[in-house]
Design a protein around this ligand. Structure first.
Ligand code: CP
Ligand code: NVA
Length: 301
């Protein structure tokens, strides 16, 4: 059966930990899997980390990655997406796709016959969340009795992190203006998962209260790719939700600060915050490589 990774919830909790332990071994150099295949990177939006980490991962696994922008392919204009999916399935072992609409990923799954990995859609960013879990586990040595406070937009990054935290039993506090809370279906799914894993999911609109006793303070941009027209209104709505050294001082003393990058300095974070002693953002970026190697080896082998 072909497996895909469109959502973190496509994985069982056991599979999540299997990927984490594989990624740790890959990072330590005690596991060097081979994936002598070709993957297609099909990207509708810009990327630094996701594109480069997947290209480096495939190269180091003994395979190759071919990058195609939406412009290169012209899907929906030059050619139907269903024909693109069928054609790519004849050449490659997998597709890693970054799309505006999550539905586009579902169509790639439906019409193609090779594994599809979500490299970020409007709904989720599973590779980021799995890499973040490795970072948290590396830094804290555990995930239960750990509290993650997410300050900012209820976006793709927040959705995957919320679901994954709830699956593995990590407390998740979400803090935003009411209009920018996560999607209702994802919130209720996370609540059910949290009930099973015995952790706590809560919405607290006040940033200072939300970060109280937090082990992790996490934020992401207020304006995601594709939301540029809402930029002004979003920047106004999120005033007061910036993560600053002062806000971090309300969290636990050994708090770590996380951000998936790219960051907008002076918006969701005060300038200089990426260099704060609590910041682990470049460890997060590095862990993309190790976790994606584990995902590729697991999914494509
Ligand atoms: N965090 C992340 O996915 O970065 P890119 O958009 O640069 O790939
Ligand atoms: N929420 C951001 C994440 C970028 C990695 C976006 O979708 O643009």
């Amino acid at each position: 059966m072909i497996r895909h990774l469109l959502s973190v919830a496509d994985l069982s909790v056991d599979e999540v930990w299997h990927l984490m332990f594989m990624a740790q071994d890959i990072k330590r150099g005690v596991l060097c899997p081979e994936v002598k295949k070709i993957i297609i990177l099909l990207f509708e939006k810009p990327s630094l980390r996701t594109r480069v980490s997947f290209e480096v991962a495939m190269w180091e696994l003994g395979g190759r990655a071919i990058y195609l922008s939406a412009q290169d392919v012209g899907w929906g204009r030059r050619e139907e997406l269903s024909d693109v999916a069928k054609t790519l399935s004849r050449y490659a072992g997998g597709t890693v796709a970054r799309t505006f609409e999550h539905r586009t990923l579902e169509l790639l799954v439906q019409e193609g016959s090779i594994p599809v990995i979500n490299a970020l859609s409007d709904r989720e960013h599973p590779c980021q969340a799995l890499s973040d879990l490795l970072t948290i586990y590396d830094k804290k040595g555990k995930v239960s009795k750990i509290k993650l406070s997410f300050i900012g937009d209820g976006n793709n990054v927040a959705h995957s992190l919320l679901l994954l935290s709830s699956m593995v039993g990590m407390d998740f506090i979400f803090c935003s203006p009411p209009k920018y809370r996560p999607r209702e279906d994802i919130w209720s799914k996370a609540q059910n998962l949290a009930r099973d894993s015995g952790c706590h999911v809560e919405y607290i609109p006040d940033p200072k209260l939300a970060v109280k006793e937090a082990d992790i303070v996490y934020t992401d941009v207020w304006v995601s790719m594709g939301q540029e027209e809402e930029a002004d209104i979003r920047r106004k709505s999120f005033l007061g939700y910036q993560v600053t050294p002062e806000l971090l001082s309300y969290a636990r003393e050994d708090v770590i600060f996380m951000h998936p990058l790219p960051a907008h300095h002076g918006e969701e974070i005060s300038s200089g915050l990426l260099s704060h002693p609590s910041s682990v953002v470049f460890d997060q970026a590095e862990n993309r490589l190790h976790v994606e190697k584990a995902i590729l080896a697991w999914l494509l082998s």
